[in-house]
Design a binder for this molecule. Structure first.
Ligand code: PLP
Length: 390
């Protein structure tokens, strides 16, 4: 199998392809779907073997024991990320979306304010608002072409109502990999203001050469009593449809509180997610990820170079993820016009930057986790759609 293989995902219950028209308004059969954050590649053989193993057992009754998935996750964290963590401290959730929503339920009250660094994964906002909590946006600033947190400005606005920070590491969108110094500064900020820190590290494996991701628990061990670590195999191995997230809470009281909240809603991960996670976090999985990251890095180079050649468009340099972040402000046109050109002229369905919060208004997010031919085609169509700017 090759990452170049094009598989048709239409009519497979794929949100990215089958919901494209409903959510983005782009309907043409030749359209390229670049919005939802999953990848268009065939699953690795180790995942297919895990599914075959399930088929052979020919029984889908109640299962017991998320131990193998947690142990595989702990092994992966140690071997790939230098984080020596006891699998007994991990709690499996029905995906990290569920894990984040549950953190809000378990640790905050309706009047509490939740800090997010925008533009950021739009579901942070949705989860906070759906939980009836208050949102506090701290806009990232662009320095030397990449994002940095502006904790000084945030500090000046603190009221004492803030309870939690939702941190995205590496950052979605744009793929910024946070440095240990930046994490130390954030941890100190959380200490000063007595905030819980949810570190959503779902993109931890998709990091390009020259950069390295450090789990928050490793970067700042002292923050452990206020830290909620979120990891998952789902972005790395494209298993999001099997719904399994891993929430590691080092503090005993917080972990008990979290598990109680999970029990209260009686929502458990499923057998398939468990099997997939255990199969993914393996030597075979590691080889597959190494090849995947090299491939996406190649896509990134083509995308960034192509976008960089279109006057007025700028792709923020990606250090990780497959979620490219393109600034349209240099075109001088309003976003209605830019959107028309992308969706109607180029027949591409991206995510709109405005959904990612303050600072995202002039951007669109393009998912390049797709066979290279599609990335090349997208660049070529965008070049044509904005050709009058040449
Ligand atoms: C930062 C971040 N967290 C969480 C999720 C969703 O995770 P899950 O599919 O496990 O619910 C995404 C998906 O795009 C994401 O980008």
């Amino acid at each position: 199998m090759s990452f170049d293989d094009i598989i048709d995902r239409r009519n497979t219950h794929s949100s990215k392809w089958d919901m494209m028209e409903a959510f983005t308004g782009v309907s043409d059969p030749d359209a390229i779907s670049m919005w939802v954050a999953d990848m268009d590649f065939r699953a690795g053989d180790f995942l297919q073997d895990a599914v075959k193993g399930l088929l052979d057992k020919a029984n889908y009754g109640y299962f017991a024991g998320d131990g193998p998935a947690r142990e595989a996750a702990a092994w992966w964290m140690k071997t790939r990320h230098g984080w020596d963590v006891d699998s007994a401290l991990m709690t499996c959730t029905a995906g990290l979306g569920n894990g984040i929503a549950l953190s809000l339920q378990a640790f905050t009250k309706p009047e509490d304010e939740i800090i997010i660094f925008t533009p950021v994964y739009h579901e942070f906002t949705n989860k906070v608002l759906n939980a009836g909590r208050r949102l506090k946006q701290s806009p990232l600033v662009i320095e030397d072409g990449v994002y940095r947190m502006d904790l000084e400005t945030l500090e000046a606005t603190m009221t004492g109502r803030e309870k939690m920070v939702l941190f995205c590491s590496p950052h979605n969108p744009a793929g910024k990999v946070w440095s240990i110094e930046e994490m130390r500064a954030l941890a100190a900020f959380c200490e000063r203001h007595d905030l819980l820190l949810v570190s959503d590290e779902i993109h931890h494996d998709l990091v390009f050469s020259g950069h390295s991701h450090t789990p928050f628990a490793v970067a700042v061990p002292d923050v452990k009593d206020r830290l909620i670590m979120m990891t998952s195999a789902s972005k790395t191995f494209n298993t999001a449809g099997t719904r399994l997230g891993c929430v590691t809470i080092l503090n005993d009281d917080l972990r008990t509180q979290y598990r109680k909240a999970l029990k209260a809603i009686d929502l458990s991960p499923n057998l398939l997610g468990m099997e997939m996670t255990a199969a993914a976090y393996s030597e075979r999985g590691a080889d597959w990820v190494d090849a995947l990251v090299a491939y996406i890095e190649g896509n990134r180079d083509i995308f960034e170079e192509g976008i960089g050649a279109i006057p007025g468009l700028h792709a923020m340099p990606m250090q990780s993820t497959y979620l490219a972040w393109v600034d349209f402000s240099g075109t001088g046109m309003d976003m209605k016009e830019a959107t028309h050109r992308v969706k109607i002229d180029a027949l591409i369905a991206p995510s709109m930057g405005v959904e990612f919060g303050t600072g995202g208004e002039a951007f669109m997010r393009f998912n390049i986790g797709t066979p290279r031919a599609r990335v090349e085609e997208a660049v070529s169509r965008l070049t044509d759609a904005f050709s009058d700017l040449q």
